[in-house]
Design a binder for this molecule. Structure first.
Ligand code: FAD
Length: 440
């Protein structure tokens, strides 16, 4: 059997490695148009900010690793130009030599990921304007910081990548401004919780401009739609990503309403023997069962593994996502899973909300307050989502909620969870249990 995978970052390499574990004899080739493979994109802000000293720690694997460990051929700087699902062929261009050739497959996996959205802003093509999607972008940003020594950066967009970069630039001593089109930062959070993040940004000296957008980029900085000018020598566009679906679309593969490739629970597309995984696909939501596009590394690895299992005769089904995520901005961890209040209401749920502020562990053990906003369905009692913000212990509370919601917990169940307690880790009644007591 011949397997071709297109894309060699999180999803593609997971699919190929899993396929190899399940089928020792398959011929497996990954085509990747970039130079870097199987890297930790999630770590890039921390190299830019200096927390990671050596960039090679983010790119620990190369084609030789995949050949020796898995007997997988990874051809970098090879772009797949065209895919024919009828005769099961791909057309590939070697980007170094310009040579083009055809290859054939029995099973094909699209793991073409996503690209950064570049909003149509006048002057956007200046050489001081960047986005951060891959290792090449990361090096460009780092090089500019070192060579041009900007004193101020403007970040357009206040999602998790924009805010992680705020922290990185501040760590390097730059002044930072964030511009967000909506009236709040961190668009995925409810407004009341986003307020904590915005206050924390201001406390850390970040200029926050909400409810406005960047109209023009000039040599001196940016001009906002409000007319205000922000002087800055570096601009980062962190305005979201879109799935890379060109190949799929041209091959007649169906896309979903979100724009991502439509797959079934086994990651197979509408064309037999063509699978897709990672940031190029749309997922479905555990609670609403509706399609959702939420491109995350955690899901890309999982869906890659599922594709790898199923192209080699397995039977592993995807069970959907809650959109669980967490990021750090200065001293705060910001975590979220399931539906926000605004999402739940827009879907017609009659919601019950609880806010509780409790220490992550006893204050005598250095506990810090965490804020938990939990959302439940008044009719069924089912927990629908949570947002957790604090300096300590946010990750485990979000994950407890994600687990509880996955298994359909009701608010009252949260109190009954038998959670671990000792003073260095938690309080006798964990903050998660209090959410259950309030919502009950
Ligand atoms: P990609 O990483 O987009 O890889 C797809 C690859 O396919 C690319 O290398 C591309 O060159 C290649 N390709 C596309 N078309 C072709 C073609 N025609 N021929 C050959 N090759 C092709 N996620 C989290 O869960 N937690 C985090 O903390 C987190 N932090 C992040 C921080 C940053 C700064 C960024 C940018 C992302 C972060 N993510 C995080 C998201 C995570 O990195 C992505 O979800 C993940 O990389 C997706 O992997 P993928 O393999 O699906 O796609």
């Amino acid at each position: 059997m011949r397997i071709i995978v297109i894309g060699a970052v999180a999803a593609g390499t997971s699919a190929a490695a899993k396929a190899r574990r399940s089928d020792e004899s398959a011929e497996i080739t990954i085509y990747e148009k970039d130079e870097f493979i199987s890297y930790s994109g999630c770590g890039m802000p921390y190299f830019i900010g200096g927390e990671i000293d050596n960039p090679e720690k983010l790119t620990p694997r190369d084609p030789a690793f995949f050949k020796s460990k898995y007997n997988i051929d990874v051809l970098t700087k090879h772009e797949v130009l065209y895919l024919n699902g009828e005769n099961k062929t791909v057309k590939v261009r070697n980007l170094v030599t310009g040579e083009e050739f055809e290859d054939c497959y029995d099973k094909l996996v699209l793991a073409t990921g996503a690209y950064s959205v570049k909003p149509p802003i006048e002057g956007m093509d200046k050489n001081n304007t960047f986005s951060l999607r891959n290792i090449t972008d990361m090096y460009r940003i780092k090089e500019y910081l070192e060579e041009s020594a900007p004193s101020k950066a403007t970040i357009v967009g206040s999602g998790f990548i924009g805010l992680e970069l705020c922290e990185s630039f501040k760590a390097l001593g730059l002044e930072v401004a964030v511009v967000e089109m909506l009236d709040q930062v961190t668009p995925g959070l409810d407004e009341d919780m986003a307020g904590y993040v915005e206050d924390h940004l201001s406390e850390n000296g970040v200029e926050v401009h909400t409810g406005t957008s960047v109209k023009e980029i000039t040599k001196e900085g940016v001009i906002l739609s409000s007319g205000k000018k922000i002087a800055s020598q570096m601009i980062i566009l962190a305005t979201g990503v879109r799935p890379n679906t060109k190949l799929a679309k041209e091959a007649g593969i169906h896309l979903g309403d979100s724009g991502g490739i439509k797959v079934d629970k086994k990651m197979e597309t509408n064309i037999k023997d063509i699978y897709a995984c990672g940031d190029c696909i749309e997922h479905y939501h555990v609670i609403t069962k509706k399609p959702i596009y939420r491109p995350l590394g955690s899901t890309a690895n999982k869906t890659g593994r599922i594709a790898g299992e199923n192209i080699t005769g397995g039977n592993l089904e995807f069970r959907g996502i809650l959109g669980t995520g967490i990021f750090r901005v200065f001293d705060l961890a910001v975590g979220q899973t399931g539906l926000s209040e605004k999402e739940a209401k827009s879907m017609g749920y009659d919601v019950e909300i609880s806010h509780n502020i409790k220490p992550s562990r006893p204050e005598y053990m250095g506990g810090k307050e965490i804020v938990i906003k939990a959302i439940a369905d008044r009719k069924t009692g089912r927990v629908l989502g949570v947002q957790v913000i604090g300096e300590d212990g946010v990750d485990k509370r979000v994950d407890v909620f994600a687990t509880a919601i996955t298994f359909g917990a009701k608010a009252e169940d949260l109190f009954h969870l038998d959670l671990a307690y000792a003073p260095p880790y938690s309080t006798t009644k964990d903050p998660v249990m209090y959410s259950g007591m309030i919502l009950d």
